[in-house]
Design a protein around this ligand. Structure first.
Ligand SMILES: [Zn+2]
Length: 149
């Protein structure tokens, strides 16, 4: 399988340090420019994650079976299991980003899935895959805590 490896110039947005959206007074929430802004962030983030997953796989292939010593092998195995967990988390995040991109396609992005209010640009920029407004999120966490005891 060939994996795309775009040059840095093809990827102008850094998903971790991008410019916040320059909001104009009276601008309609989730207008086309805003959707484009978030799509670019989500796609750049996804690309970044996929490259990380890819690096992990290559790293593990390179390292595999290079340690004949059992102690080294044990260390290597625990390193691998850590990497696998990281990769698992990245895959879940990629899936979440895909779902978020579908919301964008359906013009349903940016609204709380629980109460329907606007989640807000700044919260979405801090957490582009957020599907709950801050109030519902807080409530959700409280309930979670109560359930957990
Ligand atoms: Zn809400």
């Amino acid at each position: 399988m060939t994996v795309e490896n775009p040059a840095p110039t093809d990827n102008p947005i850094d998903p971790y340090h991008f410019e916040p959206y320059p909001l104009q007074a009276g601008e309609e929430y989730m207008n086309e420019q805003q959707q484009t802004h978030f799509r670019a962030i989500l796609e750049a983030w996804k690309r970044e994650l996929m490259e990380e997953v890819d690096r992990t796989v290559h790293h593990m292939q390179d390292e595999a079976a290079n340690f004949p010593d059992p102690t080294d092998r044990a260390t290597q195995e625990s390193e691998f299991s850590l990497e696998l967990r990281t990769r698992d988390r990245e895959r879940k995040l990629i899936r979440k980003i895909d779902q978020t991109l579908e919301l964008l396609d359906a013009h349903e992005y940016g609204y709380c899935e629980s109460c329907g209010v606007e989640i807000g640009l700044r919260r979405l920029e801090a957490r582009p895959t957020a599907t709950l407004c801050i109030d519902c999120k807080t409530l959700d966490e409280l309930r979670e805590k109560q359930r957990g005891g």
